[in-house]
Design a binder for this molecule. Structure first.
Ligand SMILES: NC(=O)c1ccc[n+]([C@@H]2O[C@H](COP(=O)([O-])OP(=O)(O)OC[C@H]3O[C@@H](n4cnc5c(N)ncnc54)[C@H](O)[C@@H]3O)[C@@H](O)[C@H]2O)c1
Length: 293
């Protein structure tokens, strides 16, 4: 006789449930509780991570790593098509289509995640947009577009999830950037939004620590995602290679490893920290290629 364990991946759009996607895994024989592998039993008490911007890039790599380590993931993104397509291929996830820059959507999203999963153990504020331009050409609308996702979004999602995180003594990881650590041309909005995220993380760590909630900030160096490739020309890519001691871009998975570590019990005494995963870019004072040995 053939039995099926069915994992249900449900898509939520602005708080409303869409048709569930059924993913069936065939098993060749019947199973009793004694047959359930230890990993599956642990999964009955799985932790839950809420990840914004989870449809692709660093957010998707982080989702996959959390799943690999036995967590469940609430995948949040405003791109409904991309999110439902990737979520349908994964198990132990639910997808929530919301825009993190909109306060009412954020409130609904966190309520839906709590009602679906019952708890939130980690929040990864990863959703971000990049728009590079000189100061005089960055009009207020462009400025607000960057700030509303990169800064307002982090504030809103963290705030909405705070009471849930207090209950689990969970953790926040906010994704900033090396652009928030070092100033550069063309990043008046992006760099400022990311510097603010670094400070916001320290505020969260200071205030939430007494409730057992940790907050840390990851600053990625360049990674070849859709976001980066939209603003990195061939010239910029070459210049980055020259300025980075490891001489290369990072991968999505290299950033995800740090994020998942910071959310894990292995990082239980780490809070208020800003950690660059950037091939050494930030630590290199005078990184002139001409000074290379
Ligand atoms: N890729 C890099 O080189 C790099 C470097 C430093 C920092 N970062 C940061 O890493 C994070 C992830 O970037 P990525 O490179 O994976 O980008 P990406 O463009 O591949 O993915 C970003 C995801 O966020 C989603 N998103 C954007 N705005 C949203 C909103 N308002 N509400 C909900 N979802 C939204 C997008 O739909 C997309 O799926 C960003 O915060 C980015 O600033 C990236």
């Amino acid at each position: 006789m053939r039995f099926f364990i069915t994992s249900i991946c449900t898509i939520f759009v602005n708080g409303y449930r869409r048709d569930p996607l059924l993913i069936s895994v065939p098993f060749a024989r019947s199973i009793s509780i004694m047959d359930i592998p230890r990993k599956a039993l642990i999964m009955m008490n799985q932790k839950v991570a809420l990840i914004t911007g989870a449809a692709r890039g660093i957010g998707l790599a982080t989702t996959e790593l959390f799943i690999e380590q036995g967590w469940q993931v609430a995948m949040v993104d405003r791109d409904a098509d991309e999110l439902s397509a990737v979520a349908a291929k994964l198990t132990n996830v639910n997808a929530f289509v919301h825009d993190v820059s909109k306060p009412d959507q954020v409130t609904n999203m966190v309520a839906s995640v709590q009602s679906q999963f019952g708890q939130i153990d980690a929040v990864v504020n990863n959703a971000g947009v990049a728009d590079f331009g000189p100061i005089e050409k960055t009009d207020f609308e462009r400025w607000r577009t960057v700030m509303s996702t990169n800064l307002d979004g982090v504030f809103l999602v963290s705030q909405a999830a705070t009471s849930a995180l207090k209950k689990t003594r969970g953790s926040l990881v906010n994704i900033a950037s090396i652009s928030g650590l070092r100033a550069s041309t063309l990043r008046v909005a992006y760099g400022t939004s990311k510097a603010a995220v670094i400070q916001l993380t320290k505020q969260q760590a200071a205030e939430l620590g007494e409730h057992g909630v940790r907050a840390n900030c990851v600053c990625p160096g360049p990674v070849r995602t859709k976001l980066a490739m939209a603003v990195h020309t061939k010239e910029i890519i070459d210049a980055y290679h020259d300025a980075i001691p490891l001489n290369r871009y990072g991968s999505e998975n290299e950033i995800a490893e740090l994020i998942v570590f910071l959310c894990s019990d292995k990082a239980s005494y780490i809070t208020g920290q800003v950690i660059a995963s950037d091939g050494g870019f930030e630590s290199t004072g005078v990184g002139l290629p001409a000074l290379r040995v």
